[in-house]
Write a protein that binds this ligand. Structure first.
Ligand code: TA6
Length: 300
């Protein structure tokens, strides 16, 4: 226990007493998780189930991710909110359960590390009898989460550990927490081609920033420019590498009412902006590796 004085001496700033970065195992709503705390006070919490980030708070304690207060926490159950890891199939674009099995699998903690300014955890998922039964490929997936300096970096690395080629689609299904979805302006997608999953059409986006008016479910292709999510006075810059597409989703009131793990008005306080690779699935020859990254920077 430190012997710090109860009141700081006049010449000592709180910053100089910053708690060193750390990563520690915790229980999050009964689930095994890792809490990452950076020296500046920013923090993230990652469940072992699905290697799912469920909380990212900036140094002022502002929660940046939406997590449904009706989310289910049970083995094999997808958790509504945070950053679900979508792999090896996006949506129902194949024979697997929707959004694949990574988000409902138990990952193992491979590494935790804390530096002077940030804290990091690496989680790992490999093929097993259950996955081979529905997806006949050997693989090793690693998810790296790093928090510090008001940014959250999430990286998915997939290696083909088998002796035949494999293909997959993937996404970091990020639920951004917003004050009011009606105030969202998302720029960086202008003039891109997108698939409208509601109307089953392909279109080209408008030349202005995207605003959310009701249910939206779009896959933007070749979305390689940085995105900027502005909601009232909150700004989040979104950078992706490797994930060449982007998904924007909000269920709107009608769909939200049908989601048992979302409050009826939950759609008003979230928007999913997802780093994705869908249009052209990733193909890996034996021993090949693919890496995708999404960086979120909270600018206010
Ligand atoms: O990312 C958009 C989407 O594919 C939507 O079509 C909607 O299904 C959403 O994912 C949520 O999917 P989930 O399986 O988590 O309910």
């Amino acid at each position: 226990m430190s012997d710090l004085p109860s009141a700081l001496p006049a010449d000592v700033s709180a910053d100089s007493l910053a708690v060193p970065s750390r990563a520690c195992p915790v229980q999050f709503l009964g689930q095994p998780a890792i809490e990452l705390l950076a020296a500046d006070g920013s923090q993230a919490t990652v469940l072992l189930q699905g290697a799912q980030v469920v909380s990212w708070k900036t140094s002022g304690g502002h929660e940046r991710l939406y997590l449904s207060d009706r989310a289910a926490y049970a083995p094999g159950q997808a958790v509504r909110g945070g950053i679900p890891v979508i792999f090896p199939q996006f949506g129902q674009r194949g024979p697997l359960p929707r959004h694949g099995f990574a988000r409902t699998s138990l990952w193992e903690l491979a590494l935790v590390e804390s530096g002077p300014d940030d804290a990091m955890a690496v989680m790992r998922l490999s093929d097993d009898a259950a996955s081979l039964g529905i997806w006949p490929h050997r693989f090793c997936a690693e998810l790296t989460v790093r928090v510090g300096g008001n940014r959250l970096d999430v990286e998915l690395a997939v290696t083909n550990t088998g002796d035949t080629a494999l293909s997959f689609s993937a996404a970091l299904h990020t639920y951004h927490r917003v004050a009011d979805v009606a105030q969202v302006e998302l720029s960086g997608l202008q003039r891109l081609r997108y698939a409208d999953c509601l109307r089953k059409t392909e279109q080209v986006d408008a030349a202005s920033a995207l605003q959310i008016e009701g249910e939206i479910d779009r896959i933007y292709f070749n979305a390689t420019r940085p995105l900027k999510l502005v909601v009232a006075d909150s700004v989040t810059d979104i950078h992706s590498e490797g994930f060449v597409d982007a998904v924007v989703w909000n269920p709107g009131p009608a769909q939200c009412a049908g989601l048992v793990d979302m409050p009826a008005d939950g759609y008003r306080r979230m928007v999913c902006v997802e780093a994705a690779v869908i249009g052209t699935p990733v193909r890996l020859a034996p021993a090949d590796e693919w890496v995708g990254r999404q960086s979120l920077v909270a600018n206010t």
